[in-house]
Design a protein around this ligand. Sequence first.
Ligand code: SAM
Length: 341
Amino acid sequence: MLADHLKNRISENGPLSFSEFVESCLYDSNDGFYTKEGKAGRRGDFLTSPEVGPLFGFLLANWLDEIWKNLNKPENFQVIEVGAGSGTLARAIIDAKPKCLENGIYTMVEISQKLREAQPISDKLISSPKIPEHPFVGAVIANELLDNLPFDLLEGDGECWKEVHVGLADDEFVEILMGESEEKVKVSPLKGSRVPIQSQANEWVGSILENITKGSLLVIDYGSTTQEMSQRDQDSWLRTFRKHSRGEKPLNDVGNQDITVEVAIDQLPEGAFVSTQEDFLKNQGIDDLVEEGRQTWKEFSSVGDLKAVKARSRATEAEALLDPMGLGAFFVLEWHIPSSI
Ligand SMILES: C[S@@+](CC[C@H](N)C(=O)[O-])C[C@H]1O[C@@H](n2cnc3c(N)ncnc32)[C@H](O)[C@@H]1O
């Protein structure tokens, strides 16, 4: 069992950093949450924008074509989606038939073998556990990936930031306050305040940008800033989920719940164009698509065929995707190479 395995590691080597603990809880090769069964979707653990319906993928297909046109329509355009889950977004994008993929390839990168096995595969759509390591022309998409990358935790003691590790007391996991952190945090270490340190998210963005010869990286996620999180209760930015409900405390029920953190935008590499999902989708023409759907429903509702029903559902999908208290408030970060595209 994962809990026993982690307890043995701690007994032998001392407390684990918070990122080591999260890494095991989510991605342990036998018992991690995502290795076993964790997934997005109505029948899964949480609802993401691609799982709301096909409209999100349709709009991302428009964005991909815009990038491709701005690059003068390269033949070998690659689309790489990281944290692709069971391929719901990929399916919606392929169904939207973007021009950029007429000669290009879409790669779904997903760490969980179980989710990879559920992905749709075709001559245009390939699946991989890893990001291609060679430079490429194209676009990388990551929806709700960065919040799931392992992160560390610091606590202020009034003078400096100290690392929060995970140790054992009476055979239970407990937080242990370690020595002063070497991280350069530009926020005052007020006594008792907490901040996440998202080095893996920073490195991930950096490594993608190094490999894009020409093209863009699109990251969509719930986000905040280190400063803002330091002023809020940790439970409001470090959350656990299971079967569409909040889970237990992060140190409990290891491997059986998702552990996520709001993405500290200020900890990511500079140069991104930042907007909200609401503004981004409006720029991609969501309002026109909803209106078009309404007209189609009016014309064909008496027939009641699939086309009419799909057209009508655009309005409810758009409402969820634009909700200013929910998905609409997510941050959208776009890095473009060169920055003029
Ligand atoms: C919150 S889910 C989001 C799934 C999907 N993008 C969506 O929006 O519905 C995060 C996904 O990222 C995957 N993941 C986490 N770290 C990864 C990595 N380094 N490479 C590829 N996939 C990863 C997880 O296994 C999980 O399927």
